[in-house]
Design a binder for this molecule. Structure first.
Ligand SMILES: [Cu+2]
Length: 165
């Protein structure tokens, strides 16, 4: 698991370890782990983009909010077929069942960043705060440093990384 986390981020080991450190340091959502986080790079003038990650909660909880200083609006979105058109819309909360990894990825659940205050440049990072609420209604938050990339950290890179002669 640990190795998978790093190999998926072969080109940005340093950023990955930052994410890991921050997740662990934030003791509050003791049971929530995030890996593989990335945000899609934007060009000058682009208003919105998506951020993606895998979230695993040790106890049943919900992701109830997202924020980042680089975007005026940050929402959790889902993709849904309406007739034969795929549309995305904001959802008030995303269920994180205990022990099950929920993937936020292109074409599926994602964090939508809108009203961007600056372009997200490839290989830069942005701070993102996730807010959770557990079954007892207790809120907690997790601060992440999310790397910016043009494509998802893919299995191809991981395979190359793991290849041994
Ligand atoms: Cu969206």
């Amino acid at each position: 698991m640990f190795m998978t986390f790093f190999s998926r981020h072969a080109p940005s080991l340093f950023l990955s370890s930052l994410v890991l450190t921050v997740s662990q340091a934030s003791a509050q959502p003791a049971s929530v782990k995030v890996d593989g986080a990335w945000a899609r790079a934007t060009v000058q003038g682009q208003q919105g983009t998506g951020a993606f990650m895998n979230i695993t909660a040790g106890e049943g909880t919900r992701l109830v909010g997202v924020s980042t200083p680089v975007a005026g609006v940050a929402e959790v979105h889902e993709m849904k077929m309406e007739g034969d058109v795929m549309r995305m819309r904001a959802i008030p909360a995303l269920d994180l069942p205990a022990g099950k990894t929920v993937q936020l990825k292109p074409g599926s659940y994602h964090v939508m960043l809108m009203d961007l205050k600056r372009p997200l440049l490839k290989d830069s990072t942005l701070p993102v705060t996730l807010r959770f609420k557990n079954a007892a209604g207790v809120e907690s938050q997790l601060n992440l440093i999310v790397p910016v990339a043009t494509v998802a950290p893919g299995p191809k890179a991981a395979m190359e990384h793991d290849h041994k002669h």
